[in-house]
Design a protein around this ligand. Structure first.
Ligand code: SF4
Length: 120
């Protein structure tokens, strides 16, 4: 049975994660629209946030929470909201059919290459 969002949130908060000390590092500067944050500043901020997440003791429940809630902004478990969305989309994408290689018995008069055929 999957953990509830409340349980996941409680697990994260109980871990006293670093993001609680400096939320703007994860969400961007207060009072500044995302599109107004200079790209270099944003990249540097996200890189530091990822470093904090990399050693976070509650990264796993944080990631599960983010995958289930698909936040619109911020850095979660080391991933930006866009990356979280891409992970969810990839997980929901139907699997491509596999290609199998079938081996057939080789007869003395068949070329060797004909012994292997691919089937969809
Ligand atoms: S993994 Fe990062 S965003 Fe998640 S709780 Fe830890 S420090 Fe915060």
């Amino acid at each position: 049975m999957p953990l509830s969002l409340r349980t996941l949130r409680d697990l994260v908060l109980a871990g006293d994660p670093g993001c609680l000390c400096d939320p703007e590092l994860f969400t961007g500067p207060a009072g500044v629209e995302a599109e107004d944050e200079p790209p270099a500043d944003r990249a540097a901020r996200i890189a530091v946030a990822r470093e904090v997440c990399a050693s976070c003791p509650v990264r796993w429940p944080c990631l599960v929470y983010a995958l289930r809630t698909r936040p619109a902004a911020g850095v979660w478990a080391g991933f930006t909201s866009d990356e979280i969305g891409a992970l969810v989309a990839a997980a929901n994408r139907p699997a491509r059919p596999r290609r199998y290689t079938a081996l057939r018995p080789v007869s003395a008069d068949a070329p060797a290459a004909a012994a292997v055929r691919e089937v969809a």
